[in-house]
Design a protein around this ligand. Sequence first.
Ligand code: URA
Length: 186
Amino acid sequence: MERDPFERLNDAVTDCTRCRLAGTRTRTVFGEGNVHAQVMLVGEGPGHDEDLQGRPFVGRAGQLLDRMLESIGLDRSDVYIANVVKCRPPGNRNPEPDEAEACLPYLRLQYALVRPRIIVCLGAVAARYLIGPDIRITRDRGKWTEKGGVWFLPTYHPAALLRDESKKREAWQDLQALSERIKQLS
Ligand code: URA
């Protein structure tokens, strides 16, 4: 039987050795969710818990992300979640540019398959690679950009909200704007 394109892509990621992160990962973190989702969420890369479990956003930041989605009536089965890099950068450092460039073709294939109407960039790393290299998240969060019929929304990474509670109000505004955009598009 013909295999699912997501499964084939996941297998390629599982075996990937395109960059040095392959040497330190426990598991690859491909991404998961509704493959027909209108909304795709993109983080920067797996952390400690994700590296152990092989699933995106399962640690503390992920639990906050679940609550944020819930606050606008969404859960994981409504969205697709992936990361810029599929392997954990050691010590949770940001991915190096060559690591991100090596990995981005996988993400591009994921969004070509999902074909979301909206991509939410969680944090500066995702926003810079997906929207533009000059993005500054404190300045540019909440500003929508449309590219090829897809709406991109940069917002704070949930881990940043855990570190600095004062950012939660703006993150809440971004969630409301996301909810409005979803309504407009459906
Ligand atoms: N942070 C991310 O950017 N992605 C995850 O999957 C988990 C934490």
